[in-house]
Design a protein around this ligand. Structure first.
Ligand code: CP
Length: 306
């Protein structure tokens, strides 16, 4: 694996290898062991052309725990604001001996474009491109499900909310189908579920009650207002009434169901505060697992791992 651009097309054994490698890094991500030297002498450039709290920070922590030098380009203060093209920015950073670019961009496909233009020894990891893919979020979601549920083959997983604009939903669907999940449901209003979903091998549900009934795992998504306009934009109150996950509605799922969310959460819009902070929520453990999973991805693409 030279780059990680999407989970789509990755064979099951590679996905499993990434999750197993992440499991081996938990002593480092939990700080029992301070650092490992797998990326010593390598330079990791974090290029976040779109805002981030969790992904950018956990990539930085992960790279530092692998002993890499980490450079966080401040895009808002960079010469991208003076008209420099994406590929010229990359060429200039490559001239500073970059080994790995972690890229988030609002345009779907931007990390692919970069991967086509870097030297063969330089690696690219997609940290979220438009509404296309967010592979490391998908992998940390698979890691989380495996931690709590062990075996994918008898699981029902519901992905709820604004599926249309969600790169996380697509990466999760590819991860779940690759790992042999028994049933994947996408749940949302007709306006926010894309028409190609049934072709991805998932069950489409247009009510929350049908969508989460007897589920083992519920993945909630926020309304991605920054990618919507006009008629698509539902009112927060109306959305919460129909698709908001409340403690009462959560009782429709299995009693030991876990509730996940990639963040950022919008309390009272897609999810009730009592669910976020409740006993079934694994939202913060997801964030912690992100460190080990990103260590695994970077060590596999750029380190000595096969
Ligand atoms: N889940 C996620 O991508 O969060 P950030 O936008 O904060 O990185």
């Amino acid at each position: 694996l030279i780059h990680l651009l999407s989970i789509e097309g990755l064979p099951k054994d590679i996905v499993t290898h990434i999750l197993d490698t992440a499991a081996n890094f938990t002593s480092v991500s939990d700080r029992e062991v301070k650092k490992v030297p797998l990326l010593r002498g390598k330079s990791v450039f974090n290029l976040f052309f779109e805002n981030s709290t969790r992904t950018r920070t956990t990539f930085e922590i992960a790279a530092k725990r692998l002993s890499a030098d980490v450079i966080n380009l401040d895009i808002a203060r960079s010469s991208a604001t003076k008209g420099e093209s994406l590929l010229d920015t990359i060429a200039n950073l490559s001239a500073m001996a970059a080994d790995l670019f972690v890229v988030r961009h609002s345009e779907s496909g931007a990390p692919y474009l970069i991967a086509q233009h870097v030297a063969p020894h330089v690696h690219v990891v997609n940290a979220g491109d438009g509404r296309h893919a967010h592979p490391t979020q998908g992998l940390l979601d698979m890691y989380t499900i495996r931690q709590y549920k062990k075996d994918f083959s008898n699981l029902t997983v519901a992905i709820v909310g604004d599926v249309l604009h969600s790169r996380v939903a697509r990466s999760d669907i590819h991860g779940l189908t690759t790992l042999g999940c028994a049933e994947v449901r996408v749940v949302g209003p007709k306006t926010l579920v894309p028409s190609d979903m049934a072709q991805m091998g998932v069950r489409v549900c247009h009510t929350l009650e049908e969508g989460i009934k007897d589920c083992d795992v519920i993945i909630m998504l926020r309304l991605q207002n920054e990618r919507m306009s006009g008629a698509l934009l539902p009112s927060s109150q109306e959305f919460f009434k129909t698709f908001g996950l409340t403690p009462e509605k959560l009782q429709l799922a299995k009693p030991d169901a876990i509730v996940m969310h990639p963040g950022p959460i919008n309390r009272g819009v897609e999810i009730d505060s009592a669910v976020v902070d409740g006993r079934q929520s694994v939202i913060l453990p997801q964030v912690t697992f992100g460190i080990a999973v990103r260590m695994a991805v970077m060590s596999i693409v750029a380190g000595n791992e096969a």
